[in-house]
Design a protein around this ligand. Sequence first.
Ligand SMILES: Nc1nc2c(c(=O)[nH]1)N[C@H]1C(S)=C(S)[C@@H](COP(=O)(O)O)O[C@H]1N2
Ligand SMILES: [Mo]
Length: 241
Amino acid sequence: MPNTARISPKPIEPSMQRRVFLRGITAGTLVVALGGSTYVCAGEQEEERARQAKRPDGRSRLPPSQYLLKRLRPMGGEEGDASPGHWKLRVYGEVEQPFEVGFGELLAMPQVEQTCDVHCVTKWTMLDAHFTGVRIADLAARAKPKSSARHVVFEAYGGYTSNVLLREALAPTSLVAHRHEGQPLARPNGAPVRALVPDLYFWKSAKWLTGIRFVTIDEPGYWEVRGYNNHADPWKEERYS
Ligand SMILES: Nc1nc2c(c(=O)[nH]1)N[C@H]1C(S)=C(S)[C@@H](COP(=O)(O)O)O[C@H]1N2
Ligand SMILES: [Mo]
């Protein structure tokens, strides 16, 4: 299947050139990049503050080699059907009680509103992104993973997948998210529902989510089989394999 619409998470520009370019522009400037995608940079001081700041777990707010953006940068991918009425999520695999939920049922589950930072392997970070969704742990509680389950595979429209350790998928900040910055998720950001695992590089957060499959044996996903790191910890710079 051709994937021309899917942007490689790999930085394509020489990063020094990018740094110099970014230093030269004013905070809040809307940058229109090659290919027409737009993004908004933070100022140098704000970036330095983020570099010094610590999270409650002691890690730096800005992981190594990252720079700050003020908005999510749309990163592309093969867009799914954005209509909530057509959406279904399959929760299955190594579980006692596989099930499917529609959008209405998802909204009837306990909702979590969270502010978190996201980090893309192309080196942009956005602080204080706001998402609403359901904890993957709550979906798992209903599915009852077998003791043999070790990983989850997020499945998205068009065949995109990403794999996450079960323990990390069940963290309280790991969600299936349907709102971003107080609005229903926009189509380029994964409408109607995306995975959100904020403490791993953002490629793990599959957009246009259609399934969560629990597995015993790890299954490297779309980017993981194309040279990206299987785990993707931004603080360890686990970018490539
Ligand atoms: N289904 C799907 N999900 C995906 C991708 C994709 O190509 N397809 N790209 C990933 C990558 S590399 C990143 S950085 C984030 C970008 O999310 P955003 O477009 O909302 O910024 O989505 C991730 N989820
Ligand atoms: Mo990415």
